[in-house]
Design a protein around this ligand. Structure first.
Ligand code: COA
Length: 328
């Protein structure tokens, strides 16, 4: 049984932080950020009382409402995030509480920027096994909470947001999640990480002084690895499924850097008109980038029965992967 996407939704905070705002607090400029990354602005969840679970709960409510079901119908909630409200309990359990999904079980999935792809593949397995009928798969991040706004090499890249899909069993073998290839390589762990706050460096005055509670990265190394990995996995998905560029309605790539997106599309032979791009408006929302793109395409009426999508991502771990699916 294939898993099909039957509802899509997104939540972006209202507050906009644009490149000119960053010029006021950092030694950077709009031209550098735009030409190196493609980002013009990003959204920030400013309310200190609200965090990732708030945005994911908003998404969950919309997913349920759009499908015309109730929270009691949900069997499972998977939240992909690297910026959970707290280490435990899981953000997914907080979402379950917020929406009163009393029949669901819930867990977080830690796959960084590949979290949504990992979570969608995981959720699809529960549908394929026939044990679950309605699974919420949500990616949500309050990246502003783990940014060092004095580090111009990282804070210009990331933004806050959440989005997700409802998956259910399809009625045929031709529609839904048709193929997935997921990878990880822990050797990349030092190039992109948040070293503090875990059991290795529990939070202390010292870890805070050393800024270990912020995301740290070697941007150049990550860039090089991402370009190769995303294009390779996209081509692998095409080959495995006998797809040529003309068979693909939309490439939906993780939105980390416009140059990485372009390089992936070029290797696949796909024109940019068939590529979902919103990095200019939201920056990198990590696990939320791909479902935000899916929700925007759906809202714009661009997804029809049979539309073929390839999702590809790369993130900390390293983690990367691709999914091929067709719309119902
Ligand atoms: N504004 C102005 N200048 C900046 C800057 C900023 N925000 N950030 C870095 N610079 C400077 C650097 O200090 C460097 O100066 P130097 O040459 O005097 O040392 C110069 O710009 C070039 O830096 P470099 O790192 O070579 O730039 P780049 O073209 O590689 O772009 C990234 C940097 C971070 C945008 C790019 O490497 C990238 O996108 N990497 C991937 C990061 C990522 O996506 N992480 C998450 C993955 S899911």
């Amino acid at each position: 049984m294939k898993a099909v996407i039957t509802s899509t939704a997104k939540y972006l905070p209202d507050s906009v932080l644009n490149n000119h705002d960053l010029e006021q607090i950092l030694d950077t400029n709009d031209e550098w950020i735009r030409t190196r990354t493609g980002i013009r602005e990003r959204r920030i969840l400013k309310d200190p009382e609200k965090a990732t679970s708030f945005m994911c709960s908003e998404v969950a409510r919309k997913l349920i409402e759009k499908r015309g079901i109730t929270a009691d119908d949900i069997d499972l909630i998977i939240v992909a995030t690297m910026s959970p409200d707290m280490i435990f309990p899981s953000t997914a359990c907080l979402v379950q509480k917020n929406i009163s999904a009393s029949n669901a079980w819930a867990f977080d999935l830690s796959g960084a920027c590949s979290g949504f792809i990992y979570a969608l593949h995981t959720g699809a397995q529960f549908i394929a096994a026939g044990t679950h009928k309605k699974v919420l798969v949500i990616g949500g991040e309050k990246m502003s909470a783990v940014m060092d706004y004095t580090d111009r090499t990282t804070c210009v890249l990331f933004g806050d947001g959440a989005a997700g899909v409802l998956i259910e069993p399809g009625t045929d073998e031709e529609h839904g999640v048709l193929d997935a290839r997921l990878y990880s390589d822990g050797k990349g762990c030092d190039n992109l990480c948040m070293p503090g706050g875990g059991s290795l460096h529990p939070t202390s005055h010292e870890t805070v002084d050393q800024k270990l509670h912020y995301l740290q990265q070697d941007g150049r190394q990550v860039f090089k690895s991402a370009v190769v990995a995303m294009a390779d996995v996209a081509l692998e998905i095409m080959t495995r499924n006998n797809l040529s560029a003309k068979d693909i309605d939309f490439l939906i790539p993780h939105q980390a850097n416009h140059r990485i997106i372009q390089a992936t599309a070029e290797r696949m032979g796909i024109g940019l008109e068939h590529v979902a791009v919103n990095i200019d408006r939201y920056g990198n929302t990590s696990a939320a980038t791909i479902p935000i793109c899916i929700a925007e395409l759906d809202e714009a009426g661009k997804l029809h029965r049979g539309s073929s999508l390839i999702l590809v991502s790369f993130g900390a771990g390293y983690t990367w992967g691709g999914i091929y699916l067709t719309w119902v």
